[in-house]
Design a protein around this ligand. Sequence first.
Ligand code: NAD
Length: 470
Amino acid sequence: MKMELDLIQEMIKQVLEEIKEEGVEVSSKEEYGYGVFDSMVEAIDASEKAQKELFECSVQQRDKFVDAIRAEILKKENLEMISYDAVEETKIGRVEDKIIKNRVAAENTPGTEDLKTRAITGEDGLTIEEYCPFGVIGSITPTTNPTETLINNSISMIAGGNTVVFSPHPRAKKVSIKLVKMMNKALEEAGAPRNLITMVKEPSIENSKIMMESPKVRLLVATGGPAIVKQVLSAGKKAIGAGAGNPPVVVDETADIEKAAKDIVSGASFDNNVPCIAEKEVFAVESVVDQLIYYMKKNGAYEITSPEVLEQLDKAVSKENGKPNPSLVGKSAKELLALVGINVDDDVKLVIARTNKDHHLVTEEMLMPILPIVSVSDVDTAIDWAYEAEAGNRHTAIMHSKNVDKLTKMAKKLEATIFVKNAPSYAGIGVGGEGHTTFTIAGPTGEGITSAKSFCRIRRCVMSEALSIR
Ligand code: NAD
């Protein structure tokens, strides 16, 4: 028996030697971390090597690679696992909504079809302008959409011919590692170069700093609050910033109030209000505000009528500096109400309360299913107050109205990247609304609803005095 084993071992050794001599790379599956590295420097180096290999692949191959990511994520067991794990680890949001968000990220993020070549022809010949990769992209991602952003960015960036090094929020470390490995495995099975997506085992601010400073990282993308957007914009290289919002909703007397109420509750309670696009405060004209609240309550909202209880809740969910208490971000309405001794059923999805326009819950982006409602004399004032509450983020705004002039007025005044009319806010990212999905809405730097082309450089190729066939 021992002799047989020795013989087999010897044979394996010989085969491996032969393969090595033929120049085929040998490494065991155990040694290969599917894109997860001990150090940021290794993650960047591997990404740089992978990008050179990807650049040698055809655009059709890139298509195949992004399709492999989509197919892997869309397997029912994977969708459910990453959605569950994200909530379990971050303690933010609702599993059923994360499933929807992860699904649209996989299905509805554009691939290489987004990269349209421009051709200019004339007596001087033919010039083309094409979307080309930057190279290695460093992407910093939020706790609130941890898996959604990884899926969405990976598809967009790889479709653009780039590789990506992620720096996820440390609070979403485990699920990010699992997802990066899952996507790399699927990519490898589809014949893609290894390490198209990398990250470090221990994400941290220090590791993000190494990434931001590395000359090998050619483009930085930050999806998060104002601090990290400012950081990447000060890094001395091209950066895309997808920052915070505080989306207001205006409801005027021409709106279908019953539908508006239902849509607002759906949007504001989606994933417990953590999406940056979710409804954060309502300005309703006084002639319809009672009716609006009535229908909101019929659709899963709980109204706090006592100003004292509201102040108690506001205090309980806020830090001393007025910022939301991070451990309560993305908690359910039921859990938040329990903080002030109110016990409700699971079908309560949203807390609502009447406030004045300068209330802390109106002015601060809380990322919790607590929605202040402000009564306003007329629609023009409502638009002005919505503009104030949005505070120049120019991120997202929502309006329920059938008056085209007022809809136009609000759209123009707020200059938001996303303006949703007569629907829940999530219609703006392709859930029940036309258009592709993104989880990196780049307002501050202007790329808007990002897709593959947002992460590309435009390069011109000129053929002089020929190939114009008109
Ligand atoms: P956050 O700003 O706390 O964290 C975002 C990322 O930046 C994390 O990976 C975090 O580790 C990192 N980070 C934060 N400060 C840093 C620093 N000084 N140095 C290095 N890294 C740093 O945000 P969050 O709580 O995870 O996410 C919620 C915020 O993100 C909200 O303000 C929301 O509006 C915004 N957001 C915006 C978009 C968009 O597309 N515009 C999408 C999702 C979330």
